[in-house]
Design a protein around this ligand. Sequence first.
Ligand SMILES: [Zn+2]
Length: 82
Amino acid sequence: MSAAFGQGKPVDYGPDDSAPTEDRPCPLCGHRMGDHAIDHSTPESILVCPTTDRLPERPIDTPLNEFGMPVEPVEDGRTRGM
Ligand SMILES: [Zn+2]
């Protein structure tokens, strides 16, 4: 008899997760995370970007499905997941 969940394999997180955190791009400004400061002076830590530049926001006119995910248009002009 063997365990029902034996033979488990480690999860493959993909090549992006092998990069050190400080070399990853900031989701707000796009600079290296290592160039950022973190303000721990308040109960909620605040990430301080090295620049006031921000990456362009995602378009908000894209239709969303019931899960809040963008709905991709299909060929006949209707939208999927509606
Ligand atoms: Zn940033």
